[in-house]
Design a protein. Sequence first.
Length: 184
Amino acid sequence: MKNKIIIACSSLVVLIIFFMINLKTQQSLQSSSSKIFSIDKNIIQKIIIKSNDDMIELSKLDTTWMIIGHDSLQCKQNLIDSFFDRVLTLESETIMTKNQNKWSIYSVDDSLGTHLEIIDSNANSLGAYIFGASSSDFSRCYMRKIGAPEVLLVHQNVMYNLQVNPNYWGEVIKELAPSPNQEL
C-alpha cells in the first residue's frame, strides 16, 4: 500500500513537471506584438511617401495639411486622420528575417517597397520606413525601418494609406461662384 502511494505521488510530480515544461514551451511559441511607432502626431510637420518613381509630400501649415506642388488640391482631412489612426498605431507581430538578401521577398528593399518618412517642424526625420505588401495575407504587410536589418510582419495592411497619387489625398478646391440668384 505504501509503495502504491509513493508511486502515485511520484507520477503526479512527474506529470506536474511535464505540464510546467509544456506550458513554458507554449508561451515561448506565442507571438507577441509591439508598437512600431512612438511618434506624437502633434509634432509631425511633413509626411513624404515614395513608390517607384512617384512621390508625394504632405506638409502642415499651422493646422492645415497641404499637398506640396498641387495648389489646386485641398488636402482631405479625413485621410490625414485615417493615416494617423492606422499607420501610427501599427503593431508588429514577428520578425520575418534579418537577412538583407531576403528583403526583396518581402518587398521592403529600396526598389520594390513604398517609402515613408515622417519629419518634424525642425526638418528632423522622426523615422524612415519601407513597407511591402504581403502576397499571402492581404490583411497584413511587411515593414523595415531604414538602417535596420529586421523585416517585421505588421498586424494590418496599411498600403492603401500610403498612396502617392495626389488625387487620393486631395480634392479640387471649390471656388466661390456666385449663385444664380445673386447679382454680379
